[in-house]
Design a protein around this ligand. Sequence first.
Ligand code: ZN
Length: 384
Amino acid sequence: MSLADQPPAAVLVFQTLLVHGSLTRAEIGRRTGLSAGAVTKAATPLLADGWITELGRPAGERASGRPATPMAVRADRARFVGVKVTGDELIGVLTDLTARPLASRRAPLDSRDVGTVVLAIARLIGQLRAAAGAERDDAVHSVGVTLSGDVDGQTGTVQYSPFLDWRRVPLAQLVESASGIPTVIENDVRALTVAEQWFGAGVGLSSFALVTVGAGIGCGLSIGGRVVSGAHGVSGEVGHLPVGGTDRTCTCGNTGCVETVASTHAITEQARQATGDPALTMEEAVRLAHADNAAVRAVFSRAGHVMGLAMASVANLIGPERIIISGEGAASYDLFADQIRQTFADHAFGAAADCDLVVRPLPFEEWARGGAAVAAQRVFAPAK
Ligand SMILES: [Zn+2]
């Protein structure tokens, strides 16, 4: 039996337990608006098939159905692998049904050739299975692979990934053939947003945005409890909001995008110009800024300004309760923080400015976990 065959009330009960841990039937009823009878009816097949369990009930005893007996998702019912693909590395985790990591591994990528990357992903999946003692053929339910770019999760196709220079790659099918395990793919920021919605700083919020700063600048949107995919597979591309003021060319081919000022690459290039040192690295730029080098500080401040513009645009468009700021760039957030908050306050319209800005450094293993969360989500909410 697949959870995808269950009626909506069962899926709702399952999702509620997944997000909130153990709850009594009465608590589930309060959170979902289902009647006590409807909760029991929805939970019965889930209990029978082992997706959820009643806590504190001795093995062998029949399900009590008592309203006060807490129920919880059975974490060991299924395992998933999540893989994040970057330009030079794969990061993988093997998780249980609640996306709790059981093993993690990284593998360098020495080529961006599709065939080479697919084989490296399959090898990494094998290593994760061995590390977690999950080598049986059916031990891993499915795999979720995430990467930046225009990723169509419905068809499993990477439409366009600038940093890998891939166009129209049927990645889900290729990984599935190479690994022998059902595979889904998703944009990496959207997958991380799913993980934050279920297990992170987005739990219980009616709407939130996750803005990631680093090599690219992305944004995942959760509105009314749903992570937005966009009718054409693209949404939240704040890195390509036109903010003008620059003639530098973006990876997308346009000029004036947020990324041409605030991506790691853009900051490094501007710091090289500001210092006259053509070999300056991002790490050195951060060090100079911390040492109060005025020219380099100005580069970070300008980056913070356009990030603030991007976040104010997000707030003005969807009015989220919270904007979570993450990505590699969050490590040097102190260099951007004042300018981001200032620009955000200046440009967020009215009460949209009440949105709180939260900085959350999330290592790449958390991004990979997002892939596992997307794979787990498809168990009970298959792609339509
Ligand atoms: Zn662009």
